[in-house]
Design a protein. Structure first.
Length: 180
């Protein structure tokens, strides 16, 4: 019985005091809302890390995993706009403006950092919500707008009414404590 109590306390302390959290299967959704067409793209392979000790937030996505529900549109998106053969990943690396307290209640967070896509890196600020789940994991939700021309992603005049110049990007992830 004492051994069981010790093990429970030991594992509880590992999750409560964890400083580093990771995910391998977060979700990314983008919304393109143009005048003649609205569609979303999605991937469930967002990889990420939050290290509270180092105040590091780092997420990346293989852009080839994005799917819009139409195979031909996916092919055009990868080949003509994102150019995934040349630029296969999108990445965000930043720091919390203030380290979250990580309570069971959702807490607003702001992260400043660099977002890189299509070979272009820009400073951005991302707002979101974070909370600690009962199992010690973290739930993160965030969103921001990506202006395609800021990242040299050109929209041909023929598809201007079908592809929005700004894409609303949202992420959701459950990050589990890292085993050190």
């Amino acid at each position: 019985m004492i051994r069981l109590v010790f093990l429970c306390v030991f594992f509880w302390s590992l999750t409560v005091n964890a400083q580093e959290y990771q995910t391998q299967n977060g979700k990314v959704v983008f919304l393109s809302k143009a005048s003649l067409s609205e569609f979303t793209g999605e991937s469930k392979t967002l990889k990420g890390l939050i290290d509270l000790e180092k105040n590091l937030v780092d997420f990346f996505l293989d852009l080839n995993t994005l799917k819009t529900g139409i195979t031909l549109r996916d092919k055009h998106m990868r080949e003509n706009y994102l150019e995934t053969e040349k630029y296969p990943f999108a990445e965000f690396t930043g720091k919390f403006e203030s380290i979250p307290t990580l309570s069971a209640a959702s807490e607003k967070v702001t992260v400043k950092g660099k977002f890189k896509i299509h070979g272009v890196e820009r400073e951005i600020t991302v707002s979101g919500m974070i909370k600690r789940l009962s199992n010690g994991s973290l739930e993160l939700k965030a969103d921001w707008v990506v202006a395609l021309n800021d990242y040299k992603i050109e929209i041909p005049k023929l598809v201007f009414y079908e592809l929005a110049a700004e894409q609303q990007v949202s992420i959701e992830a459950i990050l589990t404590p890292s085993k050190k």
